[in-house]
Ligand binder design. Structure first.
Ligand code: NAD
Length: 255
């Protein structure tokens, strides 16, 4: 089934990878609902999209907020055929300075939110015997990195949930995949650069160059490159691809 005319929800759709994904799905004719916490970027991103689109303000870690936002989205644009669980956050700390609150914050936004949103759309997908779920994980979902144990744990858990759900619904016409970007040129990386400069006193250009150097291509991934991978996974040509964790990182990780 082509993307055109299908109702797609993108969480964290107001900025970065989510906004680029919304733009790409809109370009391919999807009917879009953006869901996120911050109204201003959601409204701005929505206004820049072509086609039928709207947004819902919701904290996707809250079961009640997810239920209300998804019910309103379905009422407006019909059952959800594509869900992109993109909302996420990356906080860093050495392991011994990682407290339980930090671990729980990372699990809540990077794992629990995808769990809640997937549960919200799955009954209608099962009924339609068709659907696509794409979880934006990270290279930190398939490899370990220093100083981000909580984020790594949450993204590995998200990849695990992706694989399990993919198996569970494989015969029901539903695909579930994870996309695992390396350092991507978004606000999240800008915040990481600020953090490095604040903690080490280093120059922002140096900090950014160090992150780019992790990628064998020597640059940051662009949000549009991640969006194009998501769109491919939502396209008819990807119908046999499920349970995969697709790395978009310039060759940083090879499996
Ligand atoms: P970003 O900060 O621009 O996007 C994250 C979005 O999620 C924001 O719009 C934010 O408002 C939203 N969000 C956060 N918590 C939320 C909540 N509780 N409820 C609703 N919305 C919430 O950064 P990004 O880089 O575009 O991140 C998008 C996804 O990509 C995240 O899951 C992130 O972990 C993942 N990722 C990013 C990179 C990178 O280098 N930028 C690398 C790997 C994975």
């Amino acid at each position: 089934m082509s993307i055109a005319g299908r109702h797609a929800i993108v969480t964290g759709g107001g900025s970065g990878i989510g906004a680029a994904t919304a733009a790409e799905l809109a370009r391919l004719g999807a009917r879009l609902t953006l869901v996120g916490r911050r109204e201003a970027p959601l409204a701005q991103t929505c206004a820049a999209l072509g086609g039928e689109r709207a947004y819902q303000v919701a904290d996707v870690t809250s079961p009640a907020a997810v239920a209300a936002a998804f019910a309103a989205a379905v009422k407006r644009a019909g059952p959800v055929a594509i869900l992109v669980n993109n909302a996420g956050a990356a906080e860093s700390a050495p392991f011994l300075k990682t407290d339980l609150d930090l671990l729980e914050r990372m699990m809540s936004v990077n794992l629990n939110a995808a769990f809640l949103c997937s549960q919200a759309v799955l009954p209608a997908m099962l009924h339609a015997r068709h659907g696509t779920i794409v979880n934006i994980a990270s290279t930190a979902g398939v490899a370990g990195y220093a100083y981000v144990a909580a984020y790594c744990a949450a993204k590995h858990a998200l990849v695990g949930m992706t694989r399990a759900l993919a198996r569970e619904v494989a015969a029901k016409g539903i695909t579930v995949n994870a996309v695992c970007p390396g350092y991507t040129d978004t606000d999240l990386v800008a915040r990481a650069v600020d953090n490095i400069t604040a903690k080490t006193g280093r120059d922002a250009d140096d900090a950014r160059a160090e992150l780019a150097a992790v990628n064998p291509m020597g640059r940051l991934v662009t949000p549009q490159e991640v969006a194009a991978t998501v769109a491919f996974l939502c396209s008819p040509g990807a119908a046999s691809i499920t349970g995969q964790a697709i790395v978009v990182a310039g060759g940083e990780i090879m499996t």
